[in-house]
Design a protein around this ligand. Structure first.
Ligand code: FSX
Ligand code: SF4
Ligand code: F3S
Length: 388
């Protein structure tokens, strides 16, 4: 391979071994390979390699791992996946699949063995329910569970019933979690409760992690980017273990840094150049959106890298500040959408512990300059002092 850095050799070897093991599992899509699927949809080998290179970088692996990433994608159909919908808007599924034209991410999602997915499958009613039960039985202990949506627990869970027998969503989520090999909460609803859990939370909706005793990997965002969803799957394929997680069980490879750390408008923030109101000269010049409500300094996600709508843009790029959609309870805790957080200076983030409560696991050096920056700009923005 001509690799210079030998510190990755053991990891490389373990990935090779893992892929060999996966190859031994029965192929679920006998009729086609991922290369064929990609080619049929107008992508060449070069596009595929470019995409795998990008995913390799996203997972913080050196570029020499790109061929292995391609191999992992080829065996992605060996792991059965069950995708449950709970209380939500289906935006997470839409984010992944509703592109104007197929993307490599969406094709890979088509290629994996989705044993149950209510938005995509043709079965309905009794038949759908039976499909789910059969899949859980057949792949007991082997399937990956992806859950989209919060879990209503109020009134004994009766706010969400699914299928012919009117089974409660909560019971389905618990049962499916019990038999899963790995569990991913896709989207902020499943990770933290989401919009339906916002005050006063009439349905008593909670995060998936609150109804199961098993470890749940949270992939928040309302919706999360398709790259973070597919990347989580590829990470599991390659490593066969759970990724390193932050304090909210988010994979660090995706949620390690704040929106503010990766923002293209950051230079303007540091220079004290702000949009004062939408449509002003500063807005035209692409100034920082902090004063018109950007919550990027308080939000951990990689949106500027991944972008949305087939990689075309992301909120801050189009001139609308981050709303903090990948943070717990952001509907209640991120204040008014178009206003800076008046009662929270940087160092009071995360329940008064300061963002450093999370940052200590991230690298404190990155945060110090910003703490000073926001404190200074808070004065310019007439931000009130923190409440007692
Ligand atoms: Fe929630 Fe997903 Fe927001 Fe919607 O279903 S994370 S409301 S984008 O779609 O769960
Ligand atoms: Fe970017 Fe928002 Fe930070 Fe400004 S406050 S630099 S717009 S993330
Ligand atoms: Fe959400 Fe902020 Fe990204 S609102 S989509 S985390 S820019």
């Amino acid at each position: 391979m001509g690799r210079k850095d030998t510190s990755y050799d053991a990891l490389y070897a373990s990935f090779e071994e893992r892929i060999e093991q996966l190859k031994k599992l029965p192929k679920m899509k006998e009729e086609s390979s991922i290369e064929e699927v990609i080619e049929e949809n107008g992508f060449g080998r070069r596009d595929f390699m470019k995409w795998t290179g990008m995913m390799t970088a996203l997972l913080s692996l050196p570029s020499t791992f790109t061929p292995l990433m391609a191999e992992a994608v080829k065996v992605a159909d060996r792991l059965p996946i069950i995708w449950l919908h709970m209380a939500e808007c289906t935006g997470c599924t839409e984010s992944l699949l509703r592109s104007a034209e197929p993307t490599i991410d969406s094709l890979i999602f088509d290629y994996i063995s989705l044993e149950y997915q209510e938005t995509l499958m043709s079965a309905a009613g009794w038949q759908a329910e039976q499909n789910l039960e059969r899949a859980m039985e057949k792949y007991d202990g082997r399937y990956i569970l992806m859950v989209e949506g919060g879990i209503p627990t109020g009134n004994e869970g009766s706010f969400l019933t699914i299928g012919g027998h009117g089974k409660k969503g909560k019971d389905i989520a618990i049962e499916a979690s019990e038999k899963a090999a790995a569990i991913f909460a896709i989207g902020t609803c499943s990770a933290f409760g989401g919009v339906q859990a916002a005050v006063p939370n009439p349905t008593g909706s909670v995060a998936l992690s609150e109804v199961t005793h098993k470890t749940v990997i949270n992939v928040p965002g309302c919706p999360p980017s398709e790259k973070n969803i597919v990347g989580t799957l590829l990470h599991y394929l390659l490593y066969g273990t759970l990724p390193a997680l932050d304090v909210y069980n988010r994979p660090k490879w995706a949620y390690r840094l704040r929106i503010h750390d990766l923002c293209e408008r950051r230079g303007h923030f540091d220079a004290g150049e702000f949009v004062e109101q939408f449509g002003d000269e500063g807005a035209k010049d692409g100034y920082c959106l902090y004063k018109v409500g950007c919550k990027g300094p308080y939000t951990f996600n990689n949106c500027s890298k991944n972008k949305f709508n087939q990689g075309t843009s992301w909120p801050v790029q189009v001139g609308f500040g981050c709303m903090g959609c990948s943070e717990p309870d952001f509907w209640d805790t991120m204040g008014t959408v178009n206003e800076p957080l008046k009662d929270r200076l940087y160092n009071t983030t995360f329940g008064g512990l300061g963002a450093d409560a999370t940052a200590d696991k991230i690298g404190i050096g990155l945060l110090t300059a910003t703490a000073v920056g926001i404190a200074a700009h808070a004065a310019i923005a007439s931000v009130k002092p923190p409440k007692e």
